[in-house]
Design a protein around this ligand. Structure first.
Ligand SMILES: Cc1ncc(C[n+]2csc(CCOP(=O)(O)OP(=O)(O)O)c2C)c(N)n1
Length: 622
């Protein structure tokens, strides 16, 4: 840490030589590993991008020059170098710093991120703004090969290639997303980087740097790279040249001398440029290099042995219930297929992928395409289960309306990570799904209380009474209720379940957060002798009006409980019912507030939002 601990501002590294930069990279790696072992985060991507971050801050005049990180999970070295070395110990913690770049956190974070494929669009906007205002400034977007599979990245490249603003895109190609990267673009990049000429080029970069005849050499590099790509594509231009970019590379993105050299030379070339760099995810830490999917975000670990030390519970996660149930259903019905936008491990579609690989489609980080592709499958009689994280499904809103609901195509959209996800923070909470999807006609929208009800909802959605259906459930462990190998029970659409009989006060809950209601109702009964009527509503749409009528006619107070926004969610449903029917009861809404909730453990955040068992209990007593 000899060098690193003296650096509070990247201007301090601008006169470093290659030896010092190399040492700095090593120290950064050590520090990231040490911090992430205790306080987990996205270690793999960040270890791979150390040289990219150091080279950018060495060569460019940040924060005057702007660097936009795609997704932002690879930006730990950037954070540490830009005055957040100590704060990094509180990375992703409650009241700590965010795990992603944020404009309100540092002037060096030119653009807030968390969701994929935004960097080129944002950087292009900045470059055009600089041009319009006559400002001399460099704008750099750093995007991974996974993030490049997102349609938004291509929309931006298409636009940038014709606008001709000064923009440098660094394509950080480590050939993996979270799971193995897939798709034709991936195959193309693989072809470019595995060509022998690239490997010769890598060596020649190193040799030539020593000799110092860099300018002449660069001309030859560019020429040979172009020749390389002409041959690769069997076409006159590389893919990126054809789209109006000047393509450079591929070069070794984990070689600091090469990186600073290339960036230094590209800095003053006008127009849109793309530097293709090849890196290793997890670079410098053997366990992370070896199992790159697990080490994308491995939890806590022992630095010496690489053993992961996070506590494991004996009960299943909702993700395992989803993955296992999908396979169970698919084995019985050959129409069932699984679709995931690059989150096969995260949502456990890997379970079906292992058993029935030809019926699982990882479509890349492409949520819009995932939904419309599913609609196409459904149009031809298949029964697609499309699994998307709730917050990423925001991208596919119109596809759900226009391609699924309007045409009554039976896509079963399973929204993972509904509710507060914890340490990933504001960009990743599944806060808006219920409010967003509720107004869409033809959709059925439900959320399971527990493992067995997730399983039953997935089964029921395949039955004829269901059209296009959204099933949303949370991240992580279930409640330990039995589910594995249980027979399926059919759930009629729009039916609630009475969990506790009572009068005077009623609680209406939806989803797994309802279990806090169960505990609060139990406590109210035991400690106060208060018998609260509790309905697990199960469906936000169609809503069980008989249950609403029962609660609103017999109780003077209604409490709603949901882990989505109260505005537009269950609270709104019940408020509308009360208003329409002139019911004589008051309504308290427990749910997510009208502000972005930041990062922390789920327990901390649920408490902050008044959704923990104790807060629910207090609300019942009010
Ligand atoms: C819209 C969206 N979908 C999915 C994700 C989840 N996600 C985070 S990182 C990642 C992989 C990114 O791959 P790549 O850009 O190659 O970066 P690497 O992690 O390999 O460095 C994915 C799918 C996301 N952040 N945003």
């Amino acid at each position: 840490m000899a060098l690193l601990e003296t650096i509070n501002d990247p201007s301090q590294i601008r006169d470093f030589d290659n030896g010092q930069l190399q040492q700095l990279c090593e120290e950064l790696r050590g520090y990231i590993i040490q911090c992430c072992a205790e306080n987990p985060g996205h270690i793999g991507a960040s270890l791979g991008a150390v040289e990219i971050a150091v080279a950018i801050h060495k060569v460019f005049d940040t924060p005057h020059d702007k660097v936009v990180w795609d997704v932002g999970h690879q930006a730990y070295a950037h954070k540490i170098l830009t005055g957040r070395r100590e704060a990094f110990k509180q990375n992703r913690k409650y009241h700590g710093i965010s795990g992603f770049p944020r404009r309100d956190e540092s002037p060096y974070d030119a653009f807030g991120t968390g969701h994929s494929s935004t960097s080129i669009s944002a950087a292009l906007g900045m470059a055009v703004a600089a041009q319009l205002e006559g400002r001399q400034e460099h704008v750099i977007a750093v995007i991974g090969d996974g993030a490049l599979t997102g349609g938004l990245a291509f929309e931006a490249i298409n636009n940038a290639g014709s606008l001709k603003a000064d923009l440098l895109v660094i394509l950080n190609d480590n050939q993996i997303a979270i799971d193995n990267n897939i798709g034709a673009l991936h195959n193309y990049l693989l072809k470019v980087t595995t060509d022998q000429r690239y490997n010769r080029l890598k060596k020649s970069v190193w040799d030539r740097l020593g000799a110092g005849k860099v300018r002449k050499w660069l001309q030859r590099v560019i020429k040979s790279t172009k020749r390389n790509l002409i041959k690769q594509g069997g076409d006159t231009f590389s893919l990126f040249d054809a789209l109006g970019f000047r393509y450079f590379g591929p070069v070794d993105g984990n070689d600091i001398a090469t990186m600073t050299y290339m960036l230094g030379r590209l800095k003053n070339i006008p127009g849109p440029k793309l530097l293709h760099v090849v890196t290793t995810k997890g670079k410098g830490y053997a366990p992370a290099e070896k199992d790159q999917t697990v080490w994308h975000a491995p939890g806590t670990f022992d630095v010496e042995t690489g053993r992961r030390t996070g506590a494991k519970r004996d009960i299943a996660k909702f993700q395992e219930v989803f993955g296992t149930t999908l396979l169970d259903l698919a084995r019985e019905d050959s129409r069932i297929v699984g679709i995931t936008p690059a989150m096969a491990s995260g949502c456990s579609m890997t379970i079906m992928q292992a058993a029935l690989p030809e019926r699982v489609f990882d479509v890349g980080i492409a949520e819009q395409h995932a939904v419309t592709f599913s609609a196409g499958l459904a149009a031809e009689g298949m029964l697609p289960f499309c699994n998307i994280y709730s917050s990423f499904s925001q991208r596919a809103y119109d596809n759900v309306i226009h391609d699924v609901a309007l045409q009554k195509l039976k896509v079963i959209l399973c929204l993972d990570r509904g509710g507060l996800v914890g340490e990933d923070g504001a960009t990743h909470h599944g806060a808006f799904d219920m409010a967003a999807f509720r107004p869409i006609p033809n959709l059925t929208l439900c959320a399971p209380l527990d493992e067995a009800s997730l399983r039953d909802m997935m089964y029921s959605a395949t039955q004829p009474a269901y059209g296009p259906t959204v099933i949303r459930y949370p991240r992580g462990y279930g409640h330990g209720s039995p589910w594995r190998g249980q027979p399926f029970h059919y759930i009629e659409p729009g039916t609630a379940v009475k969990l506790h009989e009572g009068s005077g006060v009623a609680i209406l809950s939806i989803g797994a957060i309802g279990m806090n209601g169960v505990k609060a109702v139990e406590r109210a009964s035991q400690e106060k002798g208060l018998e609260v009527l509790h309905y697990d509503m199960r469906f936000l749409k169609p809503v069980d009006t008989a249950a609403l009528q029962d609660a609103c006619s017999r109780c003077r107070r209604i409490v709603t409980l949901e882990d989505g926004t109260t505005e537009g969610g269950l609270y709104s449903v019940v408020a509308e019912y009360i208003a329409a029917h002139g019911c004589a009861c008051t309504l308290t809404g427990l749910g997510l507030p009208d502000r972005f909730v930041e990062q922390g453990t789920p327990a901390e955040l649920y408490q902050e939002c008044g959704l923990d068992t104790n807060s629910v209990y207090q609300a019942l007593l009010m």
